[in-house]
Design a protein around this ligand. Sequence first.
Ligand SMILES: [Ca+2]
Ligand SMILES: [Ca+2]
Ligand SMILES: [Ca+2]
Length: 515
Amino acid sequence: MLIRVALLLISLLICVVSARAATGPKAYCSTNHLIVRFKPQVASMLPDTATTNQLSSMLAHLGLPRGAELRETPLARHFRSRPAANSRRRHEPVDSRHFLYLRLPPRLTIDECVRRLEAHPLIDYAEPDWIGAAATTIPADPNFADQWYHQNSTKPSASIQTPLAWDITRGSANVLVAVIDSGIMPLPEFAGRTVPGYNFAYDEADTTDDNGHGTAVASVLCASANNGIRGAGVDWNCRIMPIKVLDDWNTGFYSWWAQGIDFAVSNGCKIINFSGGGTAYGQTVARAITNAIAHGVIFVTAAGNEGGNVLGFPGSLDASITVGATDRNDQRAEFSDSGPQLDLVAPGEDIATLGLDGELWFDTGTSFSTPMVAGVCALLAAVRPNLTQAEALQLLCSGAEDQVGGITDTPGFDTSHGWGRLNAYHSLLLATTQVDQVRRTYNHVELSWVSPANAGSRQPYQVEYKSSLGSGWVPLTNPSAFRYEAGRTYWNDDGSETGIATSTVYFRVKLRPPQ
Ligand SMILES: [Ca+2]
Ligand SMILES: [Ca+2]
Ligand SMILES: [Ca+2]
């Protein structure tokens, strides 16, 4: 039986790998360097000398042919420039928590070098530095039409209901959002909102956008409102950190992406928007995302625009909040990639964006669905500052509109729409859930609170109780205790579950995972 299970797992894995290879553009990587990470014990073997000597010493341990060279990343240099904590050494050791670049020696292929390094006892891992790109942008002619995703004249229900969400919050300057992309132009729409980031594509401080993708993405996420210029972003008040990891062709090494993510985390960003992807898996980027989420950062990324059933990387990671695209009629866009790791969809066709000179464009792609979700995360973080990735995902998915996208939008989760289409208002209502009415008689209690219009179908709540302040919360599981009316949810108990007739009981309302 065990053997049969093992064989089934192996055959499933093979299917996944071959499906990945069969779709999307070919994956490319750098041909003159790769990414390498040493095990922590290398630190104790390093001489107390300058960084370059330490790197030469590390390289000598590897036994590679002449011509190989180890280099620190710009991010490692950035961390090094900070004052060291009470070290007795004259020279800081090379930080083995971060990856290094290894320049390949002549006549050694990438594959051969990775194979040799992975067999080495001092090496944690080695991998090619893959190249990925921004999710494709399909620009249309400049126009001055509405931002239909905020208010939609064709199909009002297809909008993400931002005007209602803005009644709850328009965002907070306490929330710092990293736009990890091709940079951001210093346009009036971002005036007073940006804080310095870094350019890992060219290893310099200047994050000016030389492509346009990052500026367009940022305009959807956070363009200022009520300032007499262009449109309104989803969030009007958050601060924005431009981190450039895509070059003027909108492409970038995974090593740049990983540094950009680490930089965002170490500089206090709460939300990361990354509207890009590649076809290969890269553990350096995956590790950076895992680390970001562990630090309470919310990581939102694009599904990809190949129209296939394989998501781009890092959208293919379970840990990411992965966003696909819909159109004005609430249908899933044909180009939007699907897959089991897709979390939700948001408008991504004919999206009004800003060009490099502040001119208006209409762009298409999951690149522009992603900042709508990241923008809603910024609004959520304004009302819930300690919001985690898991909580953000729950609020987004429980609030999303299910079964609005045609026959493939089957009840509940489906691989084309995830948990449904983003609804900013619903998610904000869920985030601010507060019992505001309590009716109690000797053997009966009724709680009620303001709730989204789709609460009846999504049933997002769970009521818990405890009989004394010191005891643990006990979930009440009877679904028939709930009653959903327009904009309000009621929960009733006659004492059969909690025994409220005879004791003091504390209640709380929580969200449960989307069903
Ligand atoms: Ca504006
Ligand atoms: Ca996910
Ligand atoms: Ca569905």
